[in-house]
Design a protein around this ligand. Structure first.
Ligand code: BG6
Length: 459
């Protein structure tokens, strides 16, 4: 997908944590695999930062991603930093004029809180913009269906959709992209990838990490908006989609939105549509974790959930009746992140075996990247006993981190791994009934001890 077009990457919010922890190291991994990439880096933020300090941060963060030292130092020596108020039209116009160079499209990467990004895009709408300007917008994209629609309308008045890159780093995860290879590159999975053979699917992102000082953002978002609205619904869309004729930005995203349009919160028997909970003090691997409400910056009266679970159904001939459970939370015991596919039992087991056959289970792990398939085999010792054997492998680690993959698409102008506007809206549409039922207090806010697997009553 990459080409070699020169490009200027402007990071707005360059002094922040996202830039330092994820964006620059991700760029570092990309530069290591693509030393030919002709990218100029400019940092800008509201905060005044000494240019020498910025250069030091750039070279360290690129090296952290594995970028070769000379390359990291060259980029650091050529980068510059500007103090900028992105909500000030005159300052923004002057800044863009300064960074604009003929033949070098600009990417404006908004590593900023959502409300400020939206304000800054409002400012851009009133300016004369450099030719081919691309906008990269971090998740969460809006805070509700209405705000996402409004943001999409605003963006459409600034640049065309193929110059808008809504970022979701889960789309850059190797195992998520691997779903396409597993499903469509094998004879044995696709024929059973349907409601006739699959009983249920769980997509889980449990984290051992707690709040990590992010109350300013997280306490206003919570687990549902932080993880399920974007990451997990997108993974589900790829898991469930029909076969693309070609893996390109139109086809892949058309088929993702096709699955999402058919998705609604579970309303049948046997499943709870949604649950929420918040952690109380506990310990994880010997590390003491305070009660969520005692964390600095948390307003307990907001009732922010740190664990969310939603079960949806994809109303199509392929998936009708299969519960897809999406769950994500913080401060949890085992931190499992991945997909668990439970197959249906065999239609008939010949008589004569001493015991029954357990259904097949497939586990696709995100971190580490693993695939495991449990199959029924004859037991050692007695051939008429059946037992489960797991065939598994750990996939080799991708040389490019998820943010590097996403940046690769943005820098080369390929929106394949970016979230299209209609997809972002569908994800909000699916969760609107959940948000409404939580707001009206219909779903209790349960509690779990940090370090546990969630509220015991959920199991
Ligand atoms: C981010 C969320 O998008 O994803 C964080 O804001 C979360 O709260 C992170 O910790 C998880 O990403 P990963 O790649 O570590 O699973």
């Amino acid at each position: 997908m990459s080409d070699n077009q020169p490009v200027t990457l402007v990071i707005l919010g360059a002094s922040g944590d996202l830039t330092h922890r994820l964006l620059l190291p991700g760029l570092g991994t990309l530069l290591r695999t693509r030393p030919d990439l002709d990218v100029k880096l400019v940092g800008a933020a509201f905060e005044a930062l000494d240019e020498a300090e910025w250069r030091k941060r750039v070279s360290e963060a690129l090296a952290d991603g594995g970028c070769r030292v000379e390359r990291a130092e060259r980029m650091a020596s050529e980068t510059r930093y500007a103090q900028l108020d992105v909500t000030d039209p005159a300052a923004m116009a002057a800044f863009l004029a300064e960074v604009d160079e003929a033949g070098r499209p600009i990417v404006l990467y908004f590593a900023l809180p959502p409300a400020i990004s939206q304000k800054a895009c409002g400012v851009l709408a009133g300016l004369d913009l450099p030719e081919g300007l691309r906008l990269a917008i971090e998740k969460p994209f809006g805070s509700s269906l209405a705000s996402a629609q409004e943001f999409n309308k605003l963006l459409a008045s600034v640049v065309p959709e193929d110059q808008i890159f809504r970022v979701d780093h889960y789309l850059g995860k190797a195992t998520v992209l691997n779903l396409l290879g597993i499903r469509f590159g094998n004879r044995i999975f696709e024929p059973v990838w349907n409601a006739n053979n699959i009983e249920r699917v769980e997509i889980i992102a449990d984290e051992q990490l707690a709040l990590e000082g992010r109350a300013g953002y997280y306490d206003g978002a919570g687990a549902l908006k932080d993880m399920i609205q974007s990451h997990l619904l997108l993974v589900m869309a790829i898991f469930a989609m029909e076969e693309p004729a070609n893996i390109d930005a139109v086809e892949l995203r058309d088929l993702m939105v096709h699955s999402l349009r058919a998705t609604k919160v579970w309303s049948g028997e046997g499943e709870v549509p949604s649950r929420r909970a918040r952690y109380t003090a506990g310990s994880i691997d010997g590390r003491e974790v305070p009660d969520y409400t005692a964390e600095e910056g948390v307003d307990a009266s907001r009732n922010t959930e740190t664990l969310a679970q939603v079960t949806v159904e994809i109303c199509s001939a392929r998936w009708a009746g299969v519960p897809f459970r999406l769950r994500s939370g913080k401060a949890l015991g085992d931190g499992f992140r991945g997909i668990v596919v439970k197959f249906k039992p065999v239609a008939h087991l010949p008589g004569g075996f001493h015991n029954g056959a357990e259904p097949n289970l497939m586990v696709i792990g995100f971190a580490p990247e693993t695939i495991g398939l449990s199959v029924t085999t004859n037991a050692e010792g007695d051939r008429w006993d059946l037992e489960q054997t797991t065939l598994g492998t750990e996939l080799s680690e991708s040389p490019i981190r998820p943010y590097g993959e996403i940046l690769d698409g943005i820098l080369s102008g390929d929106p394949l791994l970016s979230v299209r506007g209609d997809i972002a809206e569908e994800c909000w549409r699916i969760l609107t009934p959940v948000l409404d039922s939580w707001a009206s207090g219909e779903v209790p806010l349960d509690e779990y001890t940090a370090g546990s697997y969630g509220p015991t009553a959920w199991n």
